[in-house]
Ligand binder design. Structure first.
Ligand SMILES: [Zn+2]
Length: 683
């Protein structure tokens, strides 16, 4: 793990101690080991497609490998990490550690996943007890009990529960219900008329579902019938599921009700029994995200027969288990999810698949070992400082806003001051002692891990909120903002630049790559269309004056319109659904610029490899989105994801920023040009 911020503090230190020549020496290294210059494609006109200009050289030299649906900087970081995790897992296996230790769990999980001969020999056998449970369902109470059981082993049912903070009282944990129950990635796949959606749903209904049923032991005709029924049932649930953009409004998706009201809404469901069977104790109030969805579930329990529901559950079980079963199962899983949905050409080698699963299920166990080696305490301190520079710049920016009243500004300062940064890795690691890992069957280890997480979640009910907890592991190339805790969570891996030593990365690139695209982005989430509705203590509460709310919405609309106009393979980007991310990107860039303008490098203004500090800032930001995607993957993202495709997260917001025009002499007539009155300006 390298720290790309090293130079920033080193230079400051050298200047303050008067060792300026050493600093100059360091600067020569910037040019020799430049992390951005080699990515540039000089055949592209800067003002026409900046993303392609900044990254096109790399993209040409790094086509997407067959086993991937996309390839970019995040993948390169993850490849490096996988090599480390492999070593950790192999060492754990060799250690022959005592039962119940983390080392035993890592070693045995890896062992069962890698023993392909045994997995082939076992075939469907590890799943038999679960299949016969489903077979024995006779009536509605039996069906509900099976919903409860399957959800504790990580298999999908129409009931989606989790324990989370009450949006209006962030110090309380409540049981929450959210829409779920469908097999395709998003409800729109069941209805949309675009080319990809039609292709995906036809394959799902006519090939994937029958294949799963046949692998589970059904004859052809029966499998076809079961597929049609299951598809119809899912389509019914999808029809009452909200679209992506309608899941954003925190008030519309907050429907707190006592159990009695929930039972009235869904007369077919005995929630008291169900929650008890799921291990949720003493539930009297729940928050229902989408009441109309649960009304539809209740209706479906009456409309569809027990036999239909059994087939639906059989399919869910087989689909969930397939990646961990023998080759015919994992091949079909790959054919549909990897190839049809994402455009991948071949499967990842087994060891990579096993490690990805291990990392998903036991990530913090691996993370503890990872940070020890790659993210020392002093590195953490540097990033904590960068966060504070961004916080200062953000405050100054709010002060200068001409559209916001003093009254709202005062509360915005309070909220900003209270943002809790979590940097690198958690102060307190999760306790995995209740996780059981055995050597019997790979798929059963996956189920046991799901049970561990389910029980851990259920145990939070009625207990105080643990605000030290992380929802991402330190080895994740990503970051998040959690409105209920008013916190930004910045995993160590997110600060890595593959192949670059930190001492060779100049401030301009660091401020673009880490401060703007990650830290500033996450901070701005606290002030995006949803985040802004939560107050300094993480409670959903109107703290804006109504006039300021209206003005915010007007400013955001400019950005929504801008993104609605972008098309990808004929599909329009969903400006409304992606607005939170686009607001965060734009905020991150302008706040990052303000913070960068305070550095010595910016003030000196010396070029490195022919690029001014300001130009390098924008190139550094673009580095965060270095990557390309297959057509299927890109279209899938546009349909199902709140994040616009990477290239638009560069070209979109840059066209709104005056310094970008200034830095690269963008002129009217260039493709990226926007008239000044058309440019979005929020934070
Ligand atoms: Zn984001």
């Amino acid at each position: 793990m390298q720290n790309k911020c090293l130079l920033q503090w080193t230079v400051a230190g050298l200047i303050s101690t008067g060792l300026f020549t050493a600093c100059q020496q360091e600067k020569k290294d910037y040019a020799a080991h430049d992390a951005i210059i080699k990515n540039i494609d000089t055949t592209v006109k800067v003002g026409d497609d900046f993303f392609q200009y900044a990254n096109g050289g790399w993209l040409k030299k790094n086509p997407i490998p067959g086993a991937y649906s996309s390839w970019g900087i995040g993948n390169v970081v993850r490849e490096e990490l996988r090599d480390q995790l492999k070593k950790i897992s192999e060492d754990a296996l060799k250690a022959n550690a005592a039962k119940g230790t983390n080392t035993q769990k890592i070693g045995d999980f890896y062992y069962t996943g890698m023993d392909s001969a045994r997995i082939e020999k076992q075939g469907l056998q590890p799943l038999q007890p679960e299949l016969s449970r489903i077979e024995q369902i006779k009536d509605l109470p039996g069906l509900m009990a099976e919903f409860a059981h399957l959800s504790t082993i990580g298999v999908g049912t129409p009931i989606g529960t989790y324990v989370g903070q009450d949006a209006k009282n962030s110090s309380k944990q409540l049981l929450q219900l959210w829409q779920t129950g469908i097999g395709l990635p998003n409800r729109d796949y069941y209805f949309n008329n675009d080319e990809l959606s039609a292709k995906v749903r036809t394959d799902y209904q006519r090939q994937h579902l029958p294949a799963l049923f046949k692998l589970g032991g059904m004859a052809d005709a029966e499998a076809t019938q079961a597929s049609n029924k299951t598809y119809a049932l899912e389509k019914f649930l999808a029809d009452s599921s909200r679209k992506l953009e309608n899941l954003r409004d925190p008030y519309r998706n907050y429907n707190k009700m006592p159990l009695a009201a929930l039972s009235k809404l869904t007369p077919e469901i005995n929630w008291k029994d169900l929650f008890e069977q799921m291990g949720y104790k003493g539930v009297d109030t729940v928050i229902v995200g989408q009441p109309e969805y649960y009304r539809a579930v209740s209706k479906a329990l009456k409309t569809y027969s027990i036999a239909d529901w059994k087939q639906y559950l059989r399919k869910n079980l087989l689909a969930e288990a397939s990646p961990y079963l023998s080759k015919p199962f994992s091949d079909e899983d790959f054919r549909f999810h990897g190839s049809v949905l994402s455009g991948r050409k071949e499967q990842l080698p087994r060891w990579k698949r096993v490690l990805d699963t291990e990392n998903n299920l036991m990530g913090e166990v691996l993370g503890q070992l990872f940070v020890k080696e790659y993210f020392p305490e002093k590195t953490k301190e540097r990033y904590v400082k960068l966060v504070e520079n961004m916080r200062t710049a953000f405050r100054e920016r709010i002060a200068k806003l001409d559209w916001m009243s003093e009254e709202t500004k005062k509360k915005a300062y309070q909220k900003l001051a209270k943002i809790n940064p979590k940097v690198g890795y958690p102060d307190k690691w999760k306790d995995f002692s209740d996780l059981e890992i055995d050597r019997d069957a790979y798929v059963l280890n996956v189920f046991r891990a799901a049970t561990f997480w389910h029980k851990r979640d259920a145990a939070k009910l009625g207990k105080p909120v643990d605000r030290t907890e992380w929802d991402m592991t330190p080895q994740t190339y990503n970051a998040y903002y959690n409105p209920s805790n008013n916190e930004i969570v910045l995993p160590a891996a997110q600060f890595m630049i593959p192949g670059a030593k930190d001492e060779n990365v100049d401030d301009a690139v660091v401020y673009g790559y880490a401060a703007a695209s990650t830290i500033g982005h996450e901070m701005t989430h606290g002030f995006d269309d949803t985040g802004r509705q939560f107050d300094a203590d993480g409670n959903l509460k109107a703290w804006w004056t109504p006039q300021d709310s209206v003005k915010f919405t007007q400013h955001a609309q400019v950005l929504i319109n801008q993104f609605n106009n972008f098309t990808v393979h004929g599909l329009h980007v969903n400006g409304k659904a992606t607005q939170g991310e686009n607001i965060a990107d734009l905020g991150g860039i302008v706040i990052g610029l303000d913070a960068f303008k305070k550095t010595e490098q910016y003030k000196e203004g010396k070029s490195i490899n022919g690029f001014t500090p300001l130009q390098r800032f924008f190139l550094g930001y673009s580095l965060g989105w270095l990557g390309q995607q297959r057509k299927e993957n890109l279209m899938n993202q546009v349909l199902t994801n709140e994040h616009a495709p990477g290239f638009l997260r560069v070209n979109g917001p840059f066209a709104d920023v005056a310094e970008f025009y200034e830095a690269f002499h963008i002129k009217k007539g260039d493709k990226m040009w926007l008239d000044p009155d058309k440019r979005a300006r929020i934070w």
